[in-house]
Design a protein around this ligand. Structure first.
Ligand code: AKG
Length: 197
C-alpha cells in the first residue's frame, strides 16, 4: 500500500518514502537480532560503521567500527543511486522500540554528520513528532513499516524530531497499538574528533 504524504504535512526538507524496503527485505531483522545490542539507553541500540557517543554527543576519534555489513551496504548504495544521499552513508544506528518506548526530541549532531539522515522503519508503525525550534509549530507524521523518512537541512537542524514514549497512536481518530519497531538511521560521518557540540 502506498502511504505517500503531502509535502505540507512534513517539515521543509523532509521526504517520506513509502516502501523503501520490500517486505522480504524486512528479514534483515534476523541479522539485527543476532547483533550485540547495547542496553545503555532506555531503548536498545546497535551501531554500525562508527560508534556514536551519547554522553559526549559526538563521534569520538576512535569510534570507527569497520565497514557496514553487506546487508546494510545494499541500502546505503540504494540511497545514493536513488539520489537521496550524495555520499555513501557509512554509519547506521539501529534503535529498538518496544511499545511504550520512544526517543526524546532532538536534532542531529551537526559537526558529526552530513546534513542528511534517513530513518527506515521495520515491523511496526509509530508516530514521529516534529517541532520547529523558533516557533511552537509542530507536525505529526505516521511512519509505516518499510518506509523511510529523510531529513535534510532545515528539517534536520531547525526542527526537532521525537517519538513519544507511548503504547499506541491515534490515526484518523482510531487508536492503533504499537508493536515492536526497529528503525535504521543512515548517516555519513564528516567529523570524528571527539569534540562535543
Ligand atoms: O527511530 C527513529 O525513527 C528515529 C531515530 C532517531 O531519531 C535517531 O537515531 O536520532
Amino acid at each position: 500500500m502506498d502511504h505517500a504524504l503531502d509535502a505540507a504535512t512534513l517539515p521543509p526538507g523532509a521526504t517520506y518514502i513509502p516502501e523503501f524496503l520490500s517486505r522480504e527485505e524486512e528479514a534483515i531483522k534476523d541479522q539485527l537480532d543476532a547483533g550485540e545490542w547495547s542496553n545503555a539507553l532506555k531503548r536498545r541500540v546497535l551501531h554500525f560503521g562508527y560508534l556514536y557517543d551519547y554522553r559526549a554527543r559526538a563521534v569520538l576519534a576512535d569510534a570507527y567500527l569497520g565497514k557496514l555489513p553487506p546487508w546494510l551496504e545494499t541500502f546505503a548504495e540504494r540511497l545514493v543511486t536513488r539520489g537521496y544521499f550524495v555520499d555513501l552513508p557509512d554509519q547506521v544506528i539501529a534503535n529498538e522500540y518496544l511499545p511504550g518506548q520512544g526517543i526524546s526530541a532532538h536534532v542531529d549532531c551537526a559537526p558529526c554528520f552530513d546534513d542528511t539522515i534517513i530513518s527506515i522503519s521495520l515491523l511496526s508503525q509509530c508516530e514521529m513528532n516534529f517541532r520547529e525550534r523558533s516557533s511552537s509549530r509542530s507536525l505529526a507524521v505516521l511512519l509505516h513499516p518499510h518506509s523511510g523518512i529523510l531529513l535534510k537541512g532545515v528539517s534536520q537542524y531547525d526542527w526537532t524530531h521525537e517519538i513519544p514514549a507511548r503504547k499506541s497512536d491515534v490515526v484518523d481518530d482510531t487508536k492503533v497499538n504499537r508493536g515492536r519497531r526497529i528503525s535504521l538511521t543512515f548517516r555519513k560521518v564528516i567529523q570524528a574528533t571527539g569534540k562535543p557540540l
